[in-house]
Design a binder for this molecule. Sequence first.
Ligand code: SF4
Length: 318
Amino acid sequence: MLLSVRHLRLDLRPRGWWPFRRPRGRLIDDLHLDLRAGEALAVVGESDRELSALFHLMAGARLPTSGSIRYFDPAKSARAPAQELSALPPGARSRLRDEIRLIAPPVLTGRHGRRRLAEFLGTGRSDDSAATRAQRVGLDDALLGCRLRELDAESLRRAALARALIVPPRVLLCDGLFEDLDDGARARLAELLRGLQQEFGFALVFGSSRLGDAAAAAGRTLVLYRGRVMEQAATADLLHEPKHPYTRSLLEAQTAGAMRPRRPAPHGDDAPVMGCVFHPRCALREAACVRSVPHLRKTGAEHYAACHFVGAVEAMPR
Ligand code: SF4
């Protein structure tokens, strides 16, 4: 075990001034997650904001409202206590970023976009050259002289990966790596991630709005909706036997979209939802769904779903 997340919650800041402050719901709500050494986990959801918030919390770059994120350092003895990220002082949290690294597509505004690729890859404590780092992620040497803003979206993602691996981390968190890419670029990037993970042995967590990306690069998948885990399972199980109506809707959207899977309509506002957060969009909704929150329960080996009526989902035609 490398990371253990329990009862994680991140509230949005209330709107307005006291005494008229209005609560605005949650980005992350009672989230549980375990990450094992060397595994690849996909977090699939339609809200980039929620996925990004989760990755920042897991990297210790943002503090949760409540809950715990514990890091088990493999370099320490098995009896050493795990480190609670939110309890670490800021200096210790930033030192931990060498081991738990968060990456996102490079920023292109202002002077960031004017940096040349060689300069972007040339930093850090390592003897290998920028050219070696570029080759590792399939970037042509000819691109080293280009400015970042001149590179296409796929090359920018490859550059972000190359930079993250100058000193390989134990956990690599990829935020927004697949977004705004076409199908071919997504497939190539997934293949690259698989290869890099085999070569360096890090645990990988990446976010995506598509189950197809999870199928291509992750052994396990967690489906997130309005900050809550709807379902988690081995990716193959989740794709072949989804147990939650939301996972079903994501799969159907992907199948209907054929070449370009359509994202389901996102939830419109941050207002808290009573009961099951998916009930306003669920075709199987019953009175119980509005009354009480369904918690994750085991529906098979390593397969969990948060729905009161898993049996009804299984009976639905596909
Ligand atoms: S608990 Fe009810 S509303 Fe929620 S997903 Fe299951 S059937 Fe749908």
